[in-house]
Ligand binder design. Structure first.
Ligand code: FES
Length: 94
């Protein structure tokens, strides 16, 4: 059975995303080349622009506020899928 929800990084093929899972974890599990350093909301390196599925994500965390994420930006290590949906994020290529 196909996954209910997916995460897409830039123009790469979509990967499975489970409810409650953070976006960075899902991307790394799928072998996607997401940018990150700390995985803990400290470095800000995993910041991404969300072009679809923003409404499916849990509310932003204090770490995302600290890093000044704009309305369409999230930290991939902090943003968790709250309800089923397909999420499309963009990061600059490495
Ligand atoms: S990986 Fe450092 S803030 Fe997300």
């Amino acid at each position: 059975m196909p996954p209910v929800s997916t995460i897409t990084l830039n123009d790469l093929p979509p990967a499975p995303l489970q409810r409650g899972q953070d976006l960075l974890g899902a991307m790394l599990d799928a072998g996607l080349p997401a940018m990150y350093l700390c995985m803990a909301g400290s470095c800000g390196r995993c910041r991404c622009r969300v072009s679809a599925g923003l409404e499916a994500l849990a509310p932003r965390t204090s770490a995302e506020d600290f890093h000044g994420c704009e309305d369409d930006q999230r930290l991939a290590c902090q943003a968790r899928l709250d309800v089923d949906g397909d999420v499309h994020v963009h990061q600059p290529p490495r």
